[in-house]
Design a protein around this ligand. Structure first.
Ligand code: DOR
Ligand code: ZN
Length: 345
């Protein structure tokens, strides 16, 4: 039995670091585990231009005490009014590495998102020309569509057509949660990739709803039926090159999750590698963990892999019930559980 795994330093291709005091509380958890992270722009107000994204990047670096070992990779928030020239300028200048498509009202901080992909075709055409990745929250927002079907319907109504119309566009289908999405990405061309979160590898919807409602298992897209979870585990651990690690760590204050209308989001940054390693171990796929965590993402984003390594050892790690994020109490993913892998500092 393998008791130690050493892999190239990994990256997290989807994080929410928030802003202000909370940023100082949560960013170090991501920086401890990962060399780089794709930072989501769904702040209030959203990061919709070069000046805003650039200033946010400076705040992240300041929050980390300019930790030279961590690089935030910034993203632009697309709206119906996004200017293609601004997108191209910011990408050329290295201010952002990708742009994020939130369908309007799909999730937290998406009120200013895109109301119809047709409205941003000039932006997407420009992105296809310059090779800039589009990161997609893939859910329809039509009130007639059941929340558990929203990802599959997005593939049918929007994503399939977008990729057919713009095959050169580089797309990351983020935090996929269904067998339909896993099949779609596996069958798509070289320009389409996906990320998978630890929670969608561990949890199905029963974990959220049976025996009481568990707000800390609630995120968007919401966890689905067991057969979807199994399809995601299969894809993640298969060695397939266009799937990679993206935690979607999304901290919310404990009292805002444990509420009559609880916020969507799971704070998984503190034990992310331990959580993923557990899945790869359970699937007898530890030999494929490095590709998922450290190699496939850089290959898709056309970036070098990181130098240096991290090591995980087979040892029990107790996850605390609550973590103080610079004054904000947040319940982490796996709170109160003992995981079987420990990241060596
Ligand atoms: O659960 C989620 N939380 N899903 C998202 O898409 C956004 C995120 C957040 O920002 O809290
Ligand atoms: Zn997210």
């Amino acid at each position: 039995m393998t008791d130690t795994i050493t892999i190239r330093r990994p990256d997290d291709w989807h994080v929410h670091l928030r802003d202000g005091a909370v940023l100082r509380g949560v960013a170090p958890h991501t920086a401890r585990q990962f060399a780089r992270a794709i930072v989501m722009p769904n702040l209030s107000p959203p990061m919709t231009d070069i000046a805003g994204v650039s200033a946010y990047r400076d705040r992240i670096m300041a929050a980390l005490g300019a930790d030279p070992a961590f690089t935030p990779l910034m993203t632009l928030y697309l709206t119906d009014g996004t200017d293609p020239d601004e997108v191209a300028r910011g990408f050329a200048a290295g201010v952002f590495v990708a742009a994020k498509l939130y369908p309007a009202h799909a999730t937290t901080g998406s009120a200013h998102g895109v109301t119809d992909v047709a409205r941003i075709m000039p932006v997407l055409e420009r992105m296809a020309q310059i090779g800039m990745p589009l990161l997609i929250h893939g859910e329809v927002t039509d009130s007639h569509v059941d929340i558990f079907d929203r990802e599959a319907v997005f593939i049918e109504r929007t994503l399939g057509r977008l990729i057919a119309d713009l095959p050169e566009l580089r797309v990351v289908f983020e935090h996929i949660t269904t067998a339909e999405a896993a099949d779609f990405v596996a069958g798509a061309g070289a320009n389409v990739a996906a990320t998978i979160t630890p929670q969608h590898l561990h949890l199905n919807r029963n974990a959220m709803l049976v025996g009481g409602i568990r707000p800390h298992a609630y995120c968007l897209p919401v966890a689905k039926r067991e057969h979807h979870r199994l399809a995601l585990r299969k894809l993640a651990t298969s060695g397939f090159a266009r799937v990679f690690l993206g935690t979607d760590t999304a901290p919310h204050a404990q009292h805002l999750k444990e509420a009559a209308c609880g916020c969507a989001g799971i704070f998984n940054a503190p034990f992310a590698l331990e959580s993923y390693a557990t899945v790869f171990d359970e699937e007898s796929a530890l030999d494929r963990f490095e590709a998922f965590a450290s190699l496939n993402g850089p290959a898709f984003y056309r970036m070098p892999v990181n130098t240096g390594t991290v090591t995980l050892v087979r040892e029990p790690v107790k996850v605390p019930d609550v973590i103080d994020c610079n004054g904000m109490a947040v319940v982490p993913f796996h709170a109160g559980e003992t995981l079987g892998w420990r990241l060596v500092d």
